[in-house]
Ligand binder design. Sequence first.
Ligand code: ATP
Length: 330
Amino acid sequence: AQPLLVVRDLQAYYRTSHAGVRRGIRAVDGVSFTVRRGEIYGLAGESSSGKTTLIKSIAGAIKPPLEIVGGSMEFAFLSGYGGLHRAARAELERIRWRHLSYIMQGSMNVLNPVRRVRSSFVDFAYPHIGGSLKQFEQLVVAHLARVKLDPSVLTAFPHELSGGMRQRAALALATICRPGFIIADEPTTALDVVVQKEVLGMIRGIQRETGSSVLFVTHDMGVHAHITDRLAIMYAGRLVEEAATAEIFRNPLHPYTKNLISSLPRIGEDAPRAGLAGAPPNLADPPSGCRFHPRCPLASEICCREVPVMREASSGHRVACFAVNGGDGA
Ligand code: ATP
């Protein structure tokens, strides 16, 4: 399939100063991947691995202290930009909702909290759809029905809705203009399991119908197993592995991914399995070489010294690990 988004060697740092000393938190540090047309591409990794920073950078939602310090991004629906953060405000307004929708963590950010739900639809989607307001409202009501919402939500304020209803309203708003690219950050994490399954089914249904691509971010591997086509695993600001989701679960190669998968709870087991020893690194001063080496059971001398690059281990399965790929560094 054709690429929709190509990200190359992206670096995004938080520039902070402490007691007069300037520091950079290297939250995204040399990330490359491609999102294909019509796929759900998943991004996994523990808290603080840089997932949100990565998708904020892609969505152009950059504000200080976050800075893009290197790399490039190319979108199929844009020409001539090195990423949305470089686009002018008017251009971003043209693109947002119509070509790219970003469902941030906590749907209150998508729906305007101080306005009734109808106003958010009119403000964000109507300019792209046009026609008479009456026709637009009919379209909204029909689209809400697809996510099993009653038209009465339009006159409610977001805080008057349950979490699940709010998330479905946000999903309806994010998809009504049929954007080619939907970015969703933990869209179901706050929901109970039944509602979560329902919302995931809706995302999959809308994605199939519109043929859009989805970049789906969550730390929850169970959710990835349920919805994503391909999956990238992030650790301490870098991707360590990428493959078809089923392949990652069947044949994880990176020691970090192996641990993520073997520590998933199994049916019939009461206690969760042991997680990884040690803590994720401080991204202001990350370990040399492979950032995972201090916690890695397979670490050897080269891992402390050189940065492993992502290489294909088998067709479509990339991994950044000297123990898997042999000893050639970046
Ligand atoms: P989570 O699932 O908890 O949201 P994440 O994988 O999305 O985690 P990020 O939120 O991208 O991770 O954070 C990556 C790193 O950047 C963390 O070390 C975090 O402390 C740091 N960071 C995030 N926001 C800021 C900020 N505004 N200023 C400084 N550092 C930040």
